[in-house]
Structure formats: C-alpha cells, structure tokens
Design a protein around this ligand. Sequence first.
Ligand SMILES: Nc1ncnc2c1ncn2[C@@H]1O[C@H](COP(=O)(O)OP(=O)(O)O)[C@@H](O)[C@H]1O
Ligand SMILES: [Mg+2]
Length: 259
Amino acid sequence: METTTISNKDSEVEKRVPTLINGFDKLIEGGFVKNSLNLISGPAGSGKTIFCLQYVYNGVKYLKEPGVFITLEESVESIRSSMKRFGIDLRKYERPDKFSLADLGAIRKELSIEEEVQSGGLLDLDSLIEYIKGVISLTDAKRLVLDSLTAIGIKYHETSTIRQALFRLGRFLRDLGSTVLVTTESIPYQNKYTRFGIEQFIADSFILLNLTEINGILKRTILVRKMRHTNHDLHVHPYKITSNGIEILKGRDFYNIKF
Ligand SMILES: Nc1ncnc2c1ncn2[C@@H]1O[C@H](COP(=O)(O)OP(=O)(O)O)[C@@H](O)[C@H]1O
Ligand SMILES: [Mg+2]
C-alpha cells in the first residue's frame, strides 16, 4: 500500500499520504493530498522538526516510500540524536532508496570562500532547486522535507525579493511529484503566523503548531488552518511529545491534560 485512497462527495478520488503520526491523519481525511506542498509553522521548540522527521521515517518504515529530509538549520548529527531519543537509529535507514538525510548547511560551508561571497554566504535558490532535482532523480522520493524556509528567505533583504523567491520555490516544489513538507517559524508575540508573512500562501496546506503558557506550564497545540480539497478538522488540539514522538490529543482535553 503506497497511499490510502479517499472518495469525497463529488466522487473525485484524492490520493492521501498518511503521516502515521498518532492522532493526526484523522484530522485531514487520512493524510496530505498526494504531491501537495504543505507548510508546518510554529515557534522554536514547538516540534516542527520532529513532526517532519516522523513523517519521512514513517513513510520509509511502514509504507516503503523513499524519503528525503533536507536540513538547513540543524546538523545531521543533531537530527540523528533526536531520532535516537525516540528509539530510532536513523543510520540503519540511510540509503538512497530509503531515508536520505542531507545537510545543506554543511554543503554550503564546503563552498570556496569566493563562491560563498558571491552567494552572500547563504543558500542560493538556484542551487537549492538543482540539488532537489538531483536528489529526487536519484532517490525517487515520495516524501520530501525542507527544514526550514527561514534559511532561504534571510538571504534576501527586500521583501519583494523574498516573496518572489518563495513563490518560485513553491511552484517548483508543487510540481515535483513528491508530497512535500516545509517548515517556517511563527512569531506568536508579534501575532505572525509565519516568518515572512507569505509562506502560507505558497502552500496547499497550513498546519500551525503553538506553545501557550497556561498557569505557568507550556502547552503544545496544533491546528489545521488550511488544506485544499479537504474537509479538515477545525479544532485546536493539544499534543504531547513523548518517547514515542508526537501524539495529538482531543481538543476538549486542552485544559485538563497534564503535559
Ligand atoms: N525525547 C523527547 N521527549 C519529549 N520532548 C522532546 C524530546 N525531544 C525533544 N522534545 C521537545 O521537542 C522540542 C524540539 O522539537 P523540534 O522539532 O526540534 O522543534 P522546532 O523544530 O519546532 O524548533 C524540544 O524543545 C522539547 O520540548
Ligand atoms: Mg527545527
């Protein structure tokens, strides 16, 4: 079984790509729309990276779908360590036809000083697009993660240039033939859902993670704010990160749950 198949009211058939994250797929009719571009936004520490790692790993492990995780912020070692805490030895799966873990931050550092100066020391969009094309043709990945968009956006100083770059990247990722997750930082104290204010418009879906302090305790919540072609859940749900990874709870448990 590669994906689950769901019929909607118009009897169209949408292929769904399940995350297999505990309690999440039932909020979105069984999974992400196949080959769609999906945005995971949340403040630092909300669990964006863990969510995306579980998405790729579950595809590899349980559905035999090759996956690629591109990290632009954390090192490969840090990613492997966090998976170890969930009892997963990523190295066992790191092969082109299984789980490919690429640290584009490190690749960037290997550029010559001259090239780095030319690219402003930050990741160039054309290089990223070429890299992704290459990795997809090598791996035939059905799931791809780009964690995060921030490293791409901050290369550009002008708001209009950031918009252009992100829209271009969005168009490219939508046509990739892989179901893509990208992450971005939200800034709750500025009431900003996304770092650059436009990431939600380039994506087919928008999942918002949050950290709220209630009576001196941080509570984690998740909300599906948008998902094209999907009658998605509209509730704010609490979730936990345990030794099994992310677990979404029922909305009504919000005030009672001990996190
Ligand atoms: N093994 C674990 N058990 C419970 N919580 C964890 C574990 N590992 C990480 N966390 C929680 O997840 C957070 C980091 O998640 P991460 O996905 O890296 O966040 P983000 O990418 O949104 O910055 C940590 O701040 C911690 O609260
Ligand atoms: Mg992260």
